[in-house]
Design a binder for this molecule. Structure first.
Ligand SMILES: [Zn+2]
Length: 208
């Protein structure tokens, strides 16, 4: 296994443009490699949302939103559904299940239409507390889908990583969160497999 050196941090993978970046951060509240979850319980979720989900979310928490166990369950459900939908290799049944969860969630949060000074319509969250927060995630995703950026949000193909990254490659073909870390790790694994099969000594620097 390749160890992360000082120069290789988790901050390296590209972030999506706002407001999609907030959704990306939300989806990365589970850290597969470390085996930790920022939404493990109401206290942890409160810390995460207050610290990472922007000033509007923080203000709502300051104004009295107390995150409950059922809020946490809703957040986990939305996160799991969204992660399943953007993962390459999600099976058909799981994908349909995720879409259904997302659809039910979308119907449960109130949204409103707003018109900006140029006459452009915007869908905005209109609920309170957890409804507002999930509504904000949903409307951000809707904006990103309209802008064509949603398709670039991907889950790293290395199962041990599964980090959500923003694909900045020109042809939208990236599969690793950071080639230097996960791509190499995968390369080493494949190299070892090939070596076991052929007993030859291929150099590690070869192109895959
Ligand atoms: Zn990765």
């Amino acid at each position: 296994m390749i160890e992360l050196t000082a120069g290789q941090t988790r901050a390296a993978p590209a972030r999506a443009p706002e407001p999609l970046a907030r959704v990306q951060d939300f989806l990365n509240s589970v850290h597969v490699e470390r085996g930790t979850d920022e939404l493990a319980d109401p206290a942890a979720a409160t810390r995460f949302l207050a610290g990472e989900m922007g000033p509007d979310t923080r203000r709502r928490l300051d104004d009295g939103w107390v995150i409950s166990k059922s809020d946490v369950d809703r957040l986990l459900g939305v996160r799991a559904a969204l992660r399943a939908l953007i993962r390459v290799g999600t099976g058909e049944t799981e994908r349909a299940e995720a879409a259904r969860t997302l659809s039910e969630t979308a119907q449960s949060v109130p949204v409103a239409l707003r018109v900006d000074p140029d006459g452009r319509l915007q869908v905005v969250p209109a609920g309170t507390d957890c409804d507002w927060f999930i509504g904000q995630l949903m409307t951000s995703i809707q904006q990103a889908q309209g802008a064509g950026t949603w398709e670039r949000l991907k889950i790293c193909r290395a199962d041990a990583c599964a980090w959500v990254f923003y694909d900045t490659s020109r042809n939208h073909s990236a599969t690793w969160c950071a080639m230097g870390v996960c791509g190499n790790r995968q390369k080493v694994t494949r190299h070892r497999e090939r070596r076991r099969q052929s007993r030859s000594d291929e150099p590690l620097t070869g192109q895959d």
